[in-house]
Design a protein around this ligand. Structure first.
Ligand code: MD6
Ligand code: FE
Length: 206
C-alpha cells in the first residue's frame, strides 16, 4: 500500500488520495466474495422511501434500515444468517488508513458496502448509529468518481465539495466524527462502466 500525499480538510478529516489503489483488485475480489453470500439490496427507510444506493455488509455487525429505523444487526435480514466475515485485505487496509490518518488502533467490526449505479446518491446525513464516537470511520472509494459533500455538525453549516476518485480514502473522526455529509451520483468515465463502490469501515459495537 502506497501513500504519497495526504490532505487535512478540517481537524479530524483526512483525505488519502489513491491510498487503496494498489489493493484495488483484492478489494474487488473481496466485494465479489461478500456479495455472493450477502447480495446488495436497496433498503427501505422509515417514511417509506427506498434508498437509491444498494448496500450490504461484512463483519460482525451490519448497518440496516427498514420501516422501523436504522440499526446495526449481527444477522443479515435477507437470510437471517451472520454477515460474511470481513476479508483480511479489508481489515488490513482499514487499519493502515486509520493509522495514516492519525487514528492508531482502529479495529472495525463493520464494513458497509455501498453500490452506486448511475443516478444513485446518498442525501445529507450523519453517521450516528454507532455505540462509541471515539472511533473514526474509514471510507474507501472504488470505481467511478463522485462528488462528496462535507458539511458541519449542524445541518445548516456551510458545505464544501470534493471529488472522490478510484482508490481514494477518507478517514474521519474526533471533532469531525458526527458531521453531515452526502455522496453524489457516480460520474461517467470514458470507456468504463459508470459504477461506484464505497466501503465504510466503522466500529459500531462496544
Ligand atoms: C460514500 N459515504 O462515500 C458514502 N459516511 O459513498 C458515507 O456516507 C460516509 O464516506 C461516513 C464517513 C465517511 C463516508
Ligand atoms: Fe455516512
Amino acid at each position: 500500500m502506497l501513500q504519497s500525499t495526504q490532505e487535512t480538510f478540517d481537524p479530524g478529516i483526512v483525505l488519502l488520495p489513491g491510498f487503496a489503489l494498489s489493493e484495488r483488485d483484492a478489494l474487488r475480489a473481496g466485494i465479489e466474495a461478500v456479495t455472493d453470500r450477502a447480495p446488495v439490496r436497496r433498503m427501505q427507510v422509515p417514511g417509506g422511501h427506498t434508498m437509491s444506493v444498494a448496500m450490504t455488509n461484512c463483519g460482525a455487525l451490519g448497518w440496516v434500515a427498514d420501516a422501523h429505523g436504522y440499526r446495526y444487526s449481527a444477522l443479515d435480514p435477507l437470510s437471517d444468517l451472520p454477515w460474511p466475515a470481513m476479508p483480511e485485505t479489508f481489515l488490513r487496509l482499514a487499519r493502515a488508513a486509520a493509522a495514516a490518518g492519525g487514528f492508531d488502533g482502529f479495529e472495525p467490526d463493520v464494513c458497509l458496502i455501498n453500490r452506486y449505479e448511475p443516478g444513485a446518491r446518498l442525501s445529507m446525513h450523519r453517521d450516528v448509529d454507532e455505540h462509541d464516537f471515539s472511533h473514526p470511520i474509514v471510507s474507501v472509494s472504488l470505481g467511478s468518481p463522485a462528488r462528496f459533500v462535507i458539511g458541519g455538525l449542524a445541518r445548516r453549516d456551510p458545505t464544501r465539495a470534493v471529488v472522490l476518485h478510484d482508490g481514494d480514502v477518507i478517514v474521519w473522526g474526533g471533532p469531525a466524527r458526527r458531521i453531515h455529509h452526502a455522496a453524489g451520483s457516480p460520474r461517467r468515465r470514458a470507456g468504463q462502466p459508470t459504477l461506484r463502490w464505497n466501503l465504510t469501515f466503522r466500529r459500531a459495537g462496544p
